[in-house]
Design a protein around this ligand. Structure first.
Ligand code: ASP
Length: 290
């Protein structure tokens, strides 16, 4: 049993020591809670959703409550879930005004149409689940940040938000799963699609599970998560699969980070730029970024 979570990059506007410690504490607590569930026999696919829900609740991260605001002042969130056993991928893209995008992705696992976008995702949440209740994901911090960017004529050059969250887990039965949730880059064009609800940002099979964060356009161009998983399936070690995949990102200075676990229980994480925040848990205890 193993679990690793990430909270995106530590390169958002607020890089104070206080925030760093708060992120470390939150990630450690959530990884511990998730690991406890694995120990109690919960399936990986349940535990990754559980951890991502907790991360979505925490306004320190750019997912669910505390999501980045887009250029028109609205929050649109994306999340996906992949069950490594069934190899089913489900997700929502640009869903609005709900509390837990990852929970809708979870419900969608049972559908034939498993990735829903925009209005359709909200319609599904409202009509087919009890998870569609109105919830304003904006925090005062994000609103102030958005206003600042709007006033700033250099808005186009602002730093993309990189606090996406994700979790991968290996359960007691040796099954893997991956979940990822995001508020996007912040101040993006309306209609922009994040990597987080694509197979580039979140992918799993029986051999490996991966969740990414970073600049979605780079992650999609590189097909990062799907590539790492495919390479491990074809016999690469986790480390070698990361090495080759991140080398390919270098061509265009791709900005990405990823967390992974393979079927043997190896855990790996890597980032192309400083610094992805993460925590992992197994029988040996908890590790965390510093
Ligand atoms: N990957 C996300 C996106 O581009 C952003 C992030 O990881 O923070 O939408």
């Amino acid at each position: 049993m193993k679990l690793i979570i990430h909270g995106g990059f530590f390169s958002e506007a607020d890089q104070s020591n206080e925030t760093k410690i708060a992120k470390q504490t939150a990630l450690k607590e959530i990884s511990l809670k998730g690991f406890q569930k694995l120990k109690n026999g919960a399936a990986a696919v349940e535990v990754v959703v559980f951890c991502v829900e907790l991360l979505e609740n925490d306004s320190l991260f750019n997912a669910g409550y505390g999501s980045q605001i887009q250029s028109d002042g609205k929050v649109r969130m994306s999340a996906s879930l992949m069950d490594g056993e069934t190899e089913k991928f489900s997700g929502v893209i640009n869903i609005q005004d709900i509390e837990h995008p990852i929970s809708i992705a979870q419900v969608l696992q049972k559908e034939d149409d498993r990735v829903l976008g925009g209005e359709g995702a909200n319609l599904y949440a409202n009509e087919k689940t009890d998870l569609g209740k109105f919830f304003d994901p904006r925090t005062d911090y994000r609103i102030a940040d958005y206003e600042h960017k709007k006033e700033d004529l250099l808005a186009k050059n602002h730093q993309a938000g990189k606090g996406t969250v994700g979790c991968v887990a290996l359960d007691i039965e040796g099954k893997l799963a991956a979940a990822t949730s995001t508020g996007g880059k912040g101040f993006e064009l309306v209609g922009r699609i994040s990597d987080s609800a694509t197979v580039a940002g979140n992918y799993a099979n029986e051999h490996c599970a991966v969740s990414c964060t970073g600049v979605g356009e780079d992650i999609v161009s590189n097909a990062t998560a799907a590539k790492i998983v495919t390479r491990v399936s074809d016999g690469f070690s986790l480390e070698k699969a990361f090495e080759k995949t991140f080398l390919e990102l270098k061509k265009y200075d791709g900005f990405a980070g990823a967390i992974a676990i393979d079927a043997s229980g190896n855990i790996f994480h890597h980032d192309s730029h400083p610094t992805m925040v993460w925590a992992s848990a197994d029988e040996g205890g908890i590790s965390c970024f510093n």
